[in-house]
Design a protein around this ligand. Sequence first.
Ligand code: KQY
Length: 364
Amino acid sequence: MSTLLHTTPVNDGFFMPGEQEPQDEIWIAWPERTDNWRNGAKPAQQVFIDVAKAIAEVTPVTMTVSADQYDNARSRLPEHIRVVEMTTNDSWMRDIAPSYVVNKDGERRGVDWEFNAWGGLVDGLYFPWDKDDQVASKICNLRGDARYRAPIVLEGGSIHVDGEGTLYTTEECLLHPSRNPDLTREDIEQVLKEHLGIEKVIWIKNGLYNDETNGHVDNLIHVARPGEVVLSWCDDENDPQYQISRDAYEVLSNERDAKGRQIKVHKVHIPGPLYISAEEAAGIDSCDGMEREAGERLAGSYANFLITNNRVILPLLDPKRDDDAKAVLQHVFPEHEVVGVNAREILLGGGNIHCITQQVPSAH
Ligand code: KQY
């Protein structure tokens, strides 16, 4: 049973730790909707299994799955991965699971944001999204964690925190008219401060080119640790990503974080550019909200990795670029094992490994 709290995390002494901190568990949701995942979602399911197995070697994994797919998921996942029945509208745990906050006394609570499928009736990707919006509360309930219902629309993939007072986000997403049109930048900062215990917000202008989430920050950058960020880069002046990455670099290198540090930026070149093939597009059912036409540019990024305990789970997306990306990350995380998973099938659904996972930090 989970208690709904009517105070705020910051008033209660809670803050969100960075992803580089120790974790107790990772949550993932089994993919099945055929207007997002091609060929009956079978190829995506295999990749979700690969990701879950790579994580489960260092961190316990719970997979949620619909009643219809329960037997399939249970039989295809190894026993040590917990499978629980839960209805969702799709499979983006980063955006629908709670953002966990902890305090100095070893307690942990969930922050449950309002979810509107990346834009609601303005430019959301699907309707309805009510089951996704219930996921954070259901996870808190199953785990027995107390929960705060935050008063704004927000997805976990639209923020990165360093756990020492700094939050990174994009103007493109958090100030988009489809999220919280009645709130100013200052109002949003205030809610973030109250709910995540942060002191400073670093606003990057835009997210990755053609990202259907309205520019989630987790597809453009990744916070490696306080004061160090991995940034998606592009060397081709004719690629629309070129200027987006340079603008982000400009902001990151001129800002100081909450503790006054200069931010060290590690550049990782984007894969591709990558596009949906005719064969891939033909395997996806038509949908009103999501563009899945042959030739559509995919928002591919190596920054969309997951840090989980002593591992980094990296999406492999392009044989011409994968090795370089892996080398950059191994350099940024010398103490971690960087494990690559072929992740094009997740990318076809509009996100990547960071987007399909949500961590429960250890509390001590
Ligand atoms: O956290 C993310 N960047 C989620 C991607 C969602 C894509 C929906 N099709």
